[in-house]
Design a protein around this ligand. Structure first.
Ligand code: ADP
Ligand code: MG
Length: 628
């Protein structure tokens, strides 16, 4: 010890980190290998950060400019050391990043674990990048010795993963020239991670396409052997890349651990030149419905990673993962200035168009594969119908629907229009939040009876795009729960089921009576064209907002008061006919029934009765009468 030595400072981990560490140490994960992927990915990130910083501060590279990750094994001492010559960390950086959970991915992972009682953890670990702390799955002590690029000072972080860690300065000669060394003191049952064969196999499989070369020393004094070359996969030609290479690369660039459902790799030439390597995942990324709706496409400039915040694709394509490498953007442009660059706009436009056309190609060539993509991402793609006027037509062609004629298989609008009924002038749809309930809602009975196909739209976004005047091949979209359904020009498939006004005058009198009784709560009462088996249903007035959208906005507190709906009654229904003809019934009883019918319609729409107490009283009065 020299007299400049400073005693190590001990710190406690943030509560969430302790929880995470406890899981790492005590849970038995089937796949501990992932710790290597995590440490390599951190080392590669550090190298990319250095490359980026060196654009404006070339002096921090000194003479050691080639990025590199070196793994040194020491089987005799059960030790694995992973070193990079990247950006490095100061003592303060270490305190901030290796004692807390800053990253959204790790946070999301923790939230899922907290919500998880059934022990899905071992699968989760495969879906989330769990980061640095995964080292404690295989080590009972982890040391991180680091020197920030451009600094003379170095520090050591050390922990046994049991609640505290220490940070202390170390002599420069004990630290890397620049960058970070992570030393794992391996657990007895993890000693194979100090063996060359095991480590080489894992690194090649998990991290074979990390854009920094990886070297391996089988013993501390052995010769370094390059096990992956760090060549940028996207610069190679497609014929030199296997499916497996793509899948490996996809997993490392996307932080996903499934397979790509679609790989898009090309080079754009002409006024702006860039390479694109993007993927559509096979399963939903966990952050798909995060409120910030951020994309994750990485922007490189001539192989230097610049940012993953350039929003290269519109938000409705946020599930696409991968990167774009521009040949034209200046390297020394700030990230903020890049956002405003016309070169970036050209790239955004080009890549967006290409992703959509590749999706269309897939839909034409492999409907089943495309159907799976739509299963996962249809609800997100439909946001584009609302947001991207320019590409609406392309998106309408990509859109798929479950309908009253096809609950199993996806239907396109082209299919719909091809099967449209004679005299049918609109594309009918029903919006709700549950497909099964939509399929049985009273409002579509009349459409069914006439064999008119109705699109069943169960996603939140459907309430929005349908209301902005979208049409397809000249046919407007029309809600089955809004306005009058004039179906008189389309004959019912089976006349036996058809609704028909019965009772003439008496039914008109009933309508007038109901209208008067319910005038405070409905805007109109009328005979329905759209009902066959149900007695009543509610629809929105012609000029009003679709009822589903109204409910959505009301529940978000964005609507002061909902508009009064229209109550439609089925003149062909037995109860209605009886009611119309019930000359002896008192007006009080008829009023009760009118209110009950309205509540029945509300319940069929999944809403509670307007006034539950009054509803109960009316029902009781009626039941008493029925028994008495
Ligand atoms: P993530 O990599 O997603 O940010 P990690 O838990 O893997 O999360 O790492 C936490 C942080 O620790 C990193 O963001 C980085 O700031 C720092 N870090 C980890 N390893 C290194 C390294 N080799 N070089 C520099 N910084 C590192
Ligand atoms: Mg990491």
């Amino acid at each position: 010890m020299t007299d400049t030595a400073v005693a190590p400072e001990t710190h406690a981990f943030e509560a969430d980190v302790s929880k995470l560490l406890h899981m790492m140490v005590h849970s038995v994960y089937s796949d501990k290998d992932v710790f290597l992927r995590e440490l390599i990915s951190n080392a590669a990130d550090a190298c990319e950060k250095l490359r980026y910083e060196a654009i404006s501060h070339p002096e921090i590279l000194s003479e050691d400019s080639a990025p590199r990750i070196t793994i040194t094994l020491d089987p005799d001492n059960r030790r694995l050391t992973l070193e990079d010559n990247g950006i490095g960390m100061t003592a303060a950086d270490m305190g901030e990043t290796l004692g807390t959970i800053a990253r959204s991915g790790t946070k999301a992972f923790m939230d899922r674990i907290a919500a998880d009682k059934g022990g899905e953890g071992s699968q989760l670990i495969g879906q989330f990048g769990v980061g640095f702390y995964s080292a404690f799955m295989v080590a009972d002590r982890v040391e991180v010795i680091s020197r920030r690029a451009g600094s003379d000072e170095a520090a050591r972080w050390s922990s046994d993963g049991q609640g505290t860690y220490t940070i202390e300065p170390v002599a420069p000669e004990e630290a890397p020239q620049r960058g970070t060394r992570v030393v794992l003191h391996l657990l007895e049952d993890a000693k194979s991670y100090a063996e060359q064969f095991t480590v080489e196999r894992i690194v090649k499989a998990q991290s074979g396409h990390v854009p920094v070369p990886i070297f391996l020393l089988e013993k501390p004094d052995a010769e370094a052997k390059e096990i992956t070359d760090g060549a940028a996969l996207w610069t190679k030609s497609r014929s030199d890349i296997s499916e497996e290479d793509y899948a490996d690369f996809y997993r490392s660039v996307a932080g996903q651990f499934d397979q790509p459902a679609l790989t898009i790799h090309y080079r754009a030439e002409g006024r702006t030149e860039y390479s694109v390597l993007t993927f559509i995942p096979e399963s939903k990324p966990f952050d798909l419905f995060d409120p910030d709706r951020k994309g994750r496409i990485k922007l490189y400039v001539r192989r230097v990673f610049i940012t993953d915040e350039a929003e290269i694709l519109p938000r409705y394509l946020r599930f696409v993962r991968g990167l774009v490498d521009s040949a034209d953007l200046p390297l020394n442009m700030s990230r903020e200035m890049i956002q405003d660059s016309p070169i970036l706009s050209a790239i955004q436009k080009g890549v967006t168009g290409r992703v959509l056309s590749e999706l269309e190609k897939l839909s034409n060539n492999d409907a089943e594969a495309y159907g799976k993509v739509w299963d996962n991402f249809g609800a997100v793609l439909k946001e584009g119908l609302y947001e991207d006027f320019e590409r609406r037509e392309a998106l309408l062609n990509l859109a798929r629907f479950k309908t009253t004629s096809s609950m199993e298989n996806w239907r396109s609008l082209k299919d719909y229009v091809a099967d449209i009924k004679e005299n049918q002038t609109a594309i009918y749809y029903a919006v709700g939040n549950d497909l099964a309930r939509l399929a049985t809602s009273p409002q579509i009975e009349g459409f069914r009876a006439r064999g008119i196909e109705v699109l069943l739209l169960p996603d939140q976004v459907d309430s929005f795009w349908t209301t902005i005047g979208v049409d397809y091949e000249g046919k407007p979209f029309k809600s089955v729960t809004q306005g009058a359904a004039d179906l008189s020009l389309i004959p019912p498939a089976d006349t036996g089921d058809a609704p028909k006004a019965e009772g003439g005058e008496t039914i008109d009198a009933l309508v007038a009576f109901a209208k008067q009784t319910l005038e405070d709560v409905v805007s109109d009462v009328r005979i329905s064209d759209r009902l066959t088996t149900s007695a009543v249903c509610l629809v929105a007035p012609e000029s009003g907002m679709d009822r589903q959208l109204e409910k959505l906005l009301a529940s978000a507190g964005q609507l002061p008061a909902a508009a009064k709906p229209v109550l439609e009654i089925n003149a062909g229904h037995g109860l209605i006919a009886k009611l119309a003809n019930a000359a002896d019934g008192s007006d009080d009883m008829k009023a009760d029934i009118a209110h009950l019918l309205l509540d029945e319609a509300r319940i069929a729409d999944g809403e509670p009765p307007a006034d539950p107490r009054a509803f109960a009283e009316r029902l009781e009065r009626l039941m008493t009468r029925a028994l008495g």
